[in-house]
Design a protein around this ligand. Structure first.
Ligand code: FIX
Ligand code: ZN
Length: 442
């Protein structure tokens, strides 16, 4: 018997055989989820369970939109009552056809609960006997997630306390850190007092930041990189973000912080800088965490950064659908640019399909199709079930086009490509091996 038949080298020759193998491979390949708002099991900030699922800010926005309940009345409700209101509004009084609503149902089904019963009280008690560690193990197994990259803000008081607490136990190796820098880059004057209290000799800088201040910011970054061992540095940026930008004092200081503090530190530690561009914070403040919007950004900022700093690596996701094609084109121009995810308002099957197909047509497998942005542990189940279905469909479609030319993908090539899309290319781009310590990885 031809050796190829028994090995991964055996070609997939029919569309049905190919589609079936791609779907199986995507399902069985563990994923690295490169951006979430989750925390390790021992963190007080980890959210889980049906009431947190229903009170996800995506659903808050959708429920309050079709209700005349005053915003403040909603915010004053306890979590359970908020969940009751959202369940009644979006699941009972209307059909849960939105992506975020469907996600709740996919999650419940993934946890083995009978969604046809519509039994909210039953869902609340179903998993009550699990410890948080058992819950985390269960969800990561069902979602087939190997690593979760967190969002760690050293300016957040709760985060600071957690990371500085001597009593903290050993780190859960499945939860990796990302050092989030929004306050530093977006609210520089306001963080100065915090930095001074923490022992960093920084000055606000009326006409720009002096050498001592920049040196102390680099020391602050080094301290937190050593403490968190992040896999990348990150910042979210408004649609107006430009680089370089000297249009005003605030913009000039941001440009200086990027050029003379953040990027040098990123190079020193071999870390990518993740730019999440296009979020309009608090377009409706009354919605609080659900009040952010979207705006089309200038791709020129990404072009200038990639061109000006070829020794730095940039991971970029953009929030506006209108920025996606140009982001993929810029990625073709710069090998130090990794486009990632269908972020937030783009994480809907119609748009994820469009964007993932377009990226694969322009970039092959050299991009990260999705991250979950999960805020509630259980969301990993739906975010990845929905994402995997689309990734399998898009990849199968592209392989089918290859079959039509006579090219026959092999099983091992399909496994290689899927592994790349579900985290392998991310790790290759960062130059690190998952879980390796920093010395090995540099
Ligand atoms: O800036 C971010 O990391 C955003 O993802 C969040 O601010 C946002 O609330 C979110 O979780 C979207 O999915
Ligand atoms: Zn996020």
């Amino acid at each position: 018997m031809d050796a190829a038949v028994h090995t991964g080298a055996s070609p997939l020759t029919s569309v049905s055989e190919l589609r079936s193998f791609v779907r199986q491979t995507v399902e069985k390949t563990p994923v690295t989820d490169i951006h979430t708002h989750l925390y390790p099991p021992d963190s007080p900030q980890l959210l889980f369970g049906i009431d947190e699922l229903l009170s996800y800010h995506y659903l808050i926005a959708e429920a309050l939109r079709v209700s005349d309940l005053p915003y403040e009345t909603f915010w004053e409700l306890p979590r359970r009552k908020q969940a009751d209101f959202i369940w009644a509004t979006l699941f009972v009084n209307r059909s849960p056809v939105s992506e975020a609503c469907r996600g709740v149902l996919t999650t419940l089904a993934g946890l083995g609960l009978d969604v046809s019963r519509r039994d909210l009280e039953g869902y609340r008690t179903a998993l009550a006997d699990l410890s948080i560690t058992e819950y985390v193990d269960r969800v990561l197994a069902v979602a087939n997630v190997r690593y979760v990259v967190m969002t760690n803000d050293p300016f957040d008081p709760t985060e600071r306390a957690y990371w500085l607490s001597a009593g903290r136990g050993a780190r859960d190796p499945r939860f990796l850190a990302a050092l989030r820098l929004d306050p530093l880059l977006l609210a520089w004057p306001r963080v100065v007092p915090q930095l001074v209290v923490a022992g960093y000799r920084v000055r606000t800088g009326e006409t720009g930041l002096d050498a001592q201040t920049l040196g102390e910011i680099r020391r602050f970054l080094a301290d937190w990189i050593e403490r968190l061992e992040p896999v990348y540095l990150a910042v979210s940026l408004p649609p107006e973000f430009a680089y370089p930008d000297h249009s005003g004092k605030e913009e000039a200081i941001r440009t200086q912080l990027i050029e003379e503090a953040v990027l040098p530190s990123a190079r020193q530690y071999g870390l990518p800088l993740a730019l999440m561009i296009g979020v309009k914070r608090q377009v409706n403040p009354a919605l609080r965490v659900a009040g952010d919007g979207v705006g089309k950004a200038a791709i020129s900022a990404v072009e200038h950064l990639c061109a000006s700093f070829p020794e730095n690596k940039f991971m970029v996701t953009m929030l506006s659908r209108e920025n996606q094609h140009e982001l993929a084109v810029v990625a073709r121009k710069f090998r130090n640019l990794l486009p990632f995810g269908c972020w937030w308002f783009l994480n809907n099957p119609s748009l994820v399909t469009e964007i993932t197909r377009m990226r694969m047509e322009l970039l092959g497998t050299s991009f990260v199709p999705q991250h979950s942005d999960a805020r509630v542990l259980d969301q990993l189940i739906y975010k990845w079930a929905h994402a995997r279905a689309i990734i399998a469909e898009v990849l199968s479609h592209q392989y089918e086009l290859l079959l039509a030319t006579g090219w026959q993908p092999t099983r091992s090539e399909v496994e290689r490509d899927v592994e790349a899309l579900l985290g392998g290319y991310f790790w290759e781009f960062t130059g690190r091996r998952p879980g390796a310590d920093r010395q090995d990885a540099r």
